[in-house]
Design a binder for this molecule. Sequence first.
Ligand code: G3P
Length: 200
Amino acid sequence: ILNTLLALVFAYLLGALPAAAWIARSRGIDIRTVGSGNAGATNVQRTLGWGPGLAVALFDVFKGAAAVWLARWLGLLPEWAAMCGALSILGHNYSPFLGFRGGKGVATSFGTIVAIDPLVGLCVVILGVFTVAITRYVSAGSMIGGAVAVTTAFALGRPWWEVILLLLLCVLAVWQHRENIKRLQEGTERHIGKKGGAAS
Ligand code: G3P
């Protein structure tokens, strides 16, 4: 029980490390005031370019995967290891380092999914990247990726807890993208790579 508690707290704090905000701040930029205003890799790419954007994406993916791996290494059951991944996503989205705000949890969710179920992760990345490639909207790819995760886990007959967890993560991701959904409907969503101006 102590191991479980420790792993859960550590996962939350690991997820809470706001790489996007810190990298932007090191360049004298407050990430919440530029582009989409989101503390995530997409907005760092938009504002600072591909290098920093990719670095943030990799770190954020790693946070989700590492939370699951560490839990497994501590001997936790797969369900609890997956919960640690979910907590790292909550840490990312509601970070104490950013006044309990944060990013949208896409990269960290992806890291968690890859660590829980690599085959589902592969399907997510293929269809998610494909969606971004045809729409040029990262937000669209992110939400499709969430739906793909739930559908493939269900289709592959994965345990009920995995399907439910992925469903909850998908709902959370869509909720985090509510501003993006509004912009997609209005036709004002930013395409990948486009500079964004002031936050909206
Ligand atoms: O990972 C977040 C992405 O789906 C959208 O980011 O900055 O365009 O709101 P952004």
